[in-house]
Design a binder for this molecule. Structure first.
Ligand code: SF4
Length: 462
């Protein structure tokens, strides 16, 4: 029997003493940085309850799947993975399984029905309840808890314990949800309307992170440019540019990044805040999606390709040495060869450092999934291959233009492939391999000595 509880709900009382001290947990995360960040918070909550991270599902007493529903076949992959976990559970009675994230929010009934060996299904705004839900499941059996539209920021605690992947670098959520209606996107359905955190809570969280040794922060929101519109503090709504200036001048913060801005909402004030606030990095992730105005309109993106390019030009004129990345979707319903050519044209004009390129995959429940003119797989693949060739050339040329420059990098620690080399990032988020040993978070200057298609090689000038 599966019990479904919808937030807000009376807090589930602690039903038994905590007995997980020393038990192992394993989290598998799918999808975007929001999910990565949620997984860090899940890990922090489990560790506060006495659990320890283990390296594989085989060793775990608790397996948490933090799911994503953006990519193709996400549901099929989830149920395939859950099938494999059933075998583990059949061998280990004490194993608990929890499923959270966007697929859990959207498909909770299907998961509970089709995978009865799952103990806890929890929604995108129920992360903070994971320990209570596990306690409940241990006592009374499987439980599902998701959120509904009545959720507000006060239902979501701000200062959850977090077990970060890196000691020097942290994500900080500034908004949850999204008020846009891009026709290919499931996020507004699974994460709800946009809610902004109060600036004071964000500042307090970052000050706490600095006290723990963090010097790089990435501000997270589905559309950071609409931050604060729902707040109306003392008759004044804080805007994203205010927030950038405020967090970018906190003691101990060396680098501030943010993702993602929305091209329709990006204004000059944010570019000036970037240029005038030393810690804010000269990097923008600016999602184009398509170069065709007809396709952009069908996507409900709210800008034309010319408007997009004009905003990029504006940013580059205000923020010197700005690096730019983007997202592109190939094969949106109705995309013609002419539409696709426009995307190639815009790529040539925009000269992005990097493009994250995707083939359109219909997400059930989104308007685009039911649109006519779905593109056949072979045609989509052929366009996708051509797109990659164009962008790879642009990326390599931009990388070659970096050779001989001296730039500041921040170490992320030893390279996974070669421990004698440090993996580092420039302020523009370019990847630079540097011989030597540099602890994560160290800042130093390098001269770029070689360009490869996807990374740079540098030599310390110290
Ligand atoms: S801005 Fe569009 S693509 Fe981004 S989360 Fe909102 S609806 Fe999805």
């Amino acid at each position: 029997m599966v019990e479904t509880v919808i937030l807000p709900t009376p807090s589930i009382k602690e039903v038994r003493p905590r007995t997980r001290v020393g038990q192992g947990y394993f989290i598998r995360t799918f999808g975007c940085q929001m999910n990565e960040h949620d997984s860090e918070r899940i890990a922090g909550l489990l560790e506060s309850d006495g659990m320890v991270a283990v390296d594989s599902a085989d060793e775990a007493d608790l397996i948490v799947l933090n799911t994503c529903t953006i990519r193709e076949n996400a549901d099929a992959k989830l149920f395939g993975y859950l099938g494999a976990l059933k075998k583990l559970k059949d061998r280990n009675d004490g194993l608990s399984i929890a499923v959270g994230g966007c697929t859990a929010q959207k498909q909770r009934e299907q998961i509970a029905e089709r995978a009865k060996w799952v103990d806890v299904v929890f929604g995108t705004h129920n992360v903070h309840r994971i320990v209570d839900l596990l306690d409940h499941a241990a006592e009374w059996g499987p439980i599902t808890e998701v959120w509904d539209e009545t959720v507000s920021i006060s239902d979501i605690p701000s200062g959850l314990p977090t077990s970060r992947q890196a000691d020097h670098s942290a994500w900080v959520t500034i908004t949850i949800g999204c008020n846009n209606s891009c026709t290919f996107c499931i996020v507004p359905i699974v994460r709800g309307a946009e809610i902004s955190r109060r600036p004071g809570d964000i500042v307090a969280e970052i000050e706490g992170l600095v006290a723990e040794g963090v010097s790089e922060v990435t501000l997270l929101g589905q559309n950071v440019n609409s931050y604060g519109r729902d707040l109306g503090l003392n008759g004044h709504s804080p805007v994203f540019a205010d927030l950038l200036r405020r967090v970018g001048t906190l003691d101990g913060i060396e680098r501030i990044r943010f993702t993602s801005p929305h091209p329709k909402d990006f204004r000059e004030d944010v570019a000036y805040a970037m240029a005038e606030t030393g810690a804010v990095c000269e990097h923008i992730h600016f999602p184009l999606q398509s170069g065709s105005d007809g396709i952009l309109s069908a996507m409900h993106r709210g800008y034309t390709s010319r408007r997009f390019l004009d905003k990029l030009t504006m940013m580059r004129s205000i923020v010197p040495d700005l690096a730019a990345s983007t997202d592109i979707i190939v094969g949106f319903p109705g995309e013609t060869e002419e539409d696709f050519q426009r995307t190639l044209d815009v790529l040539e004009e925009a000269q992005f450092d990097i493009a994250f390129m995707f083939q359109f995959s219909p997400r059930p429940g989104t308007p685009a999934a039911d649109m006519g003119g779905q593109i056949v797989k072979e045609e989509m693949q052929e366009r996708f291959d051509r797109l990659i060739v164009v962008q790879n050339r642009i990326t390599f040329n931009i990388n070659k233009a970096q050779v001989s420059k001296t730039v500041e990098v921040m170490s992320e620690g030893p390279s996974r492939k070669n421990p004698d080399v440090a993996t580092t990032r420039t302020r523009g988020a370019r990847l630079v391999h540097v011989p030597g040993s540099w602890s994560p978070g160290s800042l130093f200057n390098v001269e770029i000595v070689r360009a490869a298609p996807y990374h740079l090689e540098g030599r310390s000038t110290a």
